[in-house]
Write a protein that binds this ligand. Structure first.
Ligand code: MD3
Ligand code: FE
Length: 220
């Protein structure tokens, strides 16, 4: 007989988990943001009051289903002229709101936990998904420094993250991301294709019928 009362094989995994064990560039930190959720939501409300979420247009003229805004010195924008980072919110002509201290600290601590010490983002893109909103497979390559990771924070309704390969046609793994999860994307995985499956309808206790994703980037 060798049964143990303390067998933990069935407990949910905790601590940093590699999403791509072959490359080791992407690390999932389940629930890493949970202790900061109240401060994060207050900060999101302040940022979106100054720079409202809006549906931008792709260079091809399609309205994005995800609503976006930014904070920090630089913000990611798209319009008929293309994708780029800009110092001003094109909707107001004003600089983007400052990056809240709680955002900066969380991004830096998550990057450190995943093996990227000294991460100082200069841009935070805020994505808001409502039911049906999705993000098609794409690469993030508008940044100048691919050695810096991207840190993403998921809040609200769960989503299915699509984690592809180096080519758009590579089969994508489906990874569920929940409220409070943080993922650090660096190294060889930084340029992989990725996207988000259409958000399923639902109600989250704190965020209602939406998912909010923060992505912290070093754009310049
Ligand atoms: C993997 N956002 O804003 S975050 C994006 O959930 C974006 O809103 C998704 O993709 C979202 O560009 C996914 C996770 C993410 C961000 C950047 C990556 C994954 C990544 C860059 C390289 C590889
Ligand atoms: Fe992306």
């Amino acid at each position: 007989m060798n049964f143990s009362l303390f067998d933990d094989d069935d407990l949910p995994p905790s601590g940093p988990q590699p999403l791509a064990p072959d490359t080791m560039g992407a690390t999932l930190l389940r629930g890493f943001a949970l202790p900061q959720v109240a401060s994060l939501l207050a900060a999101i409300n302040e940022v979106t009051a100054a720079a409202p979420l809006r549906h931008m247009a792709t260079p091809g003229g399609l309205r994005m289903s995800v609503a976006m805004t930014n904070c920090g010195p630089l913000g990611w924008v798209t319009d008929g002229r293309g994708y780029r980072y800009a110092r001003q919110d094109p909707a107001s002509g004003l600089p983007w709101p400052a990056m809240p201290a709680v955002f900066q600290a969380l991004a830096c601590e998550a990057a450190q936990a995943a093996g990227f010490p000294g991460f100082v983002p200069d841009a935070c893109l805020i994505n808001r998904y409502e039911a049906g909103a999705r993000m098609a497979l794409h690469q993030d390559k508008d940044e100048s420094d691919f050695d810096a990771p991207i840190v993403s924070v998921s809040l609200g309704l769960p989503a299915t993250f699509l984690f592809g390969g180096a080519a758009r046609a590579d089969k994508a793994a489906r990874i569920p991301l929940f409220h409070g999860d943080v993922v650090v994307w660096g190294g060889a995985d930084r340029l992989r294709y990725h996207g988000v499956a259409p958000l399923k309808d639902g109600q989250h206790a704190l965020l209602g019928a939406q998912r909010i994703n923060l992505t912290f980037r070093k754009a310049r």
